[in-house]
Design a protein around this ligand. Structure first.
Ligand code: COA
Length: 197
């Protein structure tokens, strides 16, 4: 596997790293007897070990993460080869993201996921900020499509995206089985956008 490791020294990245450490601190206060939380704290307090890698080969190695965001593998196959994949590693893989060039200055997040035990620590936001910074001179808009779900829309809104347009019946037309989130069946694809320039 070729991994072109990118050491992120930009100030935004450092600021977000500090932010993750603070969040883990908060988590410790809530669950100070949880071994898993304490392990996370050890990791995030070593920010110099955090790296974002572009993955160019064997992207399916990260299938378990990809399936968290898009549960049907043949739908992932529609964009994985043509997409650019990034993995955030902080003493272990924490998050991944796949982006595609949709033309007309639009870069689309096709898949983003954080390992379940590491969600809510800022890794997803960190990947989005990294991508927004990396592509700000090449694309005018970063967009993402998602189901109308309270598990995803608030995350994107917190990351600066605003609702843009809807593709009716995307999930019912394209997936071979009904998809439920929070007990509600997803039907339409909601697109959100964030300006890059
Ligand atoms: C959605 C997902 C990628 C977010 O990644 P994450 O690393 O947990 O997100 P972060 O910790 O960076 O969160 C960034 C901000 O969004 C907020 N946020 C995240 N999920 C949220 C939710 N469901 N509701 C409200 N706010 C949420 C966080 O609280 C944080 O806000 P803050 O910085 O003001 O405290 C992650 O939950 C995930 O992997 N989910 C499963 C896969 C998936 O659904 N992917 C998206 C497919 S469209």
């Amino acid at each position: 596997m070729t991994q072109d490791f990118l050491c992120c020294a930009k100030s935004d990245f450092r600021r977000n790293t500090v932010c993750i450490a603070r969040k883990a601190d908060k988590a410790q206060c809530k669950k100070d007897k949880s071994g898993s939380v304490l392990r996370v704290i050890e990791q995030v307090y070593r920010p110099h070990t955090m790296k974002i890698a572009e993955i160019t080969k064997n992207k399916k190695k990260y299938l378990s993460l990809l399936l968290l965001a898009d549960e049907q593998e043949d739908m992932i196959d529609r964009y994985l080869d043509r997409g650019t994949m990034f993995v955030l590693d902080n003493d272990g893989v924490k998050s991944e993201c796949v982006v595609t060039d949709e033309g007309s200055g639009v870069l689309e997040i096709k898949n983003i996921a954080t390992a379940p035990k590491c969600q809510g620590l800022g890794y997803g936001r960190l990947l989005i900020e990294y991508i927004a910074d990396k592509y700000k001179n090449d694309f005018s808009v970063l967009q993402v499509g998602t189901g109308d779900s309270p598990l995803t829309i608030p995350f994107y809104e917190k990351c600066g995206f605003v609702r843009s347009y809807i593709v009716k019946n995307f999930f019912t037309d394209n997936y071979d089985h009904p998809i439920y989130e929070c007990g509600i069946q997803l039907t339409d694809m909601i697109y959100l956008q964030r300006k890059l320039t």
